[in-house]
Design a protein around this ligand. Structure first.
Ligand code: MLT
Ligand code: MN
Ligand code: ZN
Length: 298
């Protein structure tokens, strides 16, 4: 299978339009830090088409990097469907950008994500009126094949809070990680752009993976408070921080087998400085910092 990081930044991208924090300023200069688009992945089995995993607000430019499997006729979609780990705006707003599709857009996710995208942020009813949307429910812990592909996908719970637009709606929802297995090559990729709890379910998936793409949103739990941007901690936002006790670097140190790379990196995170001590600590821990365009064949 082939995995391509289309966007390695968290919501807002890097640099973020309204942010003058030190990392965003470096991203603008493009010297110590490289710009990044918002969180998204493309994946393709040894046989079959690309699938988009999370539809970011940058989907239009991200999809330009993918070649369609079939190009007979003028309209040739580069993806056969969209898989969602959650219903956050930065992972779903790109669905609206697919409305030019000739066929209904196939969208896969857990039942709670569908409810959120009907009741809280009604992207599915909107898409239905343009090109159509064909919802496919995924169940936690159950692997299922992706149509026309040698891949299977299995979601699993990783904790976290519902998107803020659901406040007061009564819709309960956490985030999922996704395990992709290629029946043709045996390759296994686990993708977790939002990780709130590093429990046995997460550990057992990482232990059997060849590649783990892991939540690298924040370096510190109080990163936003320190910069005076927000009172909410990383954990309040459903993201374990990388550093500190119980942080992701410590938890990942136990794993030798998978290749590990950080994704969904917030624009305030000092690991974005390529010459920072925080970046050096990540590298020393045997972990990579993913970037847009990083591609892995498994
Ligand atoms: C998250 O990753 O926690 C969300 O995307 C944050 C947000 O944009 O509200
Ligand atoms: Mn996000
Ligand atoms: Zn910033």
């Amino acid at each position: 299978m082939r995995v391509r990081i289309l966007g390695s930044a968290a919501g807002g991208g890097f640099p973020q339009w309204n942010c003058r924090c030190p990392t965003c300023e470096a991203g603008r200069e493009g010297v110590r830090a490289r710009p990044r688009t918002q969180s998204s992945l493309a994946i393709r089995g040894d046989h079959g088409p690309w699938f988009l995993v999370n539809a970011s607000p940058d989907a239009r430019q991200q999809l330009e990097s993918l070649t369609p499997l079939h190009t007979d006729g003028l309209r040739a979609p580069p993806i056969a469907g969209v898989l969602l780990t959650d219903a956050e705006i930065d992972h779903t707003a790109g669905l609206l950008l697919l409305r030019e599709s000739v066929a209904p857009v196939r969208v896969y996710g857990e039942g709670g994500v569908e409810r959120a995208l009907r009741q809280g942020y009604p992207l599915l009813p909107i898409l239905e009126r343009y090109c159509g949307a064909e919802w496919q429910t995924l169940a936690a812990g159950k692997a299922r094949p992706l149509e026309g592909s040698s891949l299977t996908v299995e979601p699993f719970d990783v904790g976290g809070d519902p998107p803020r637009y659901l406040d007061g709606s009564g819709v309960e929802l956490g985030a999922s990680g996704l395990v992709f297995r290629d029946r043709a090559t045996g390759g296994v990729v686990t993708y977790v752009p939002g990780l709130a709890q590093f429990d046995d379910g997460v550990r057992s998936r990482f232990a059997v993976s060849d590649l783990a793409l892991v939540d690298g949103t924040f370096w510190r739990d109080d990163e936003l408070a320190q910069l005076g941007i927000s009172d909410r901690s990383a954990r309040d936002m459903g993201h374990l921080p990388l550093s500190g006790p119980g942080g992701t670097l410590e938890a990942l140190a136990a794993f030798e087998r998978p290749r590990k790379a950080l994704v969904h990196i917030n624009n305030t995170n000092p690991i974005l400085f390529e010459d920072s001590p925080e970046r050096a600590a990540v590298v020393r821990a045997g972990i990579e910092v993913a970037y847009d365009g990083l591609e892995v064949e498994l």
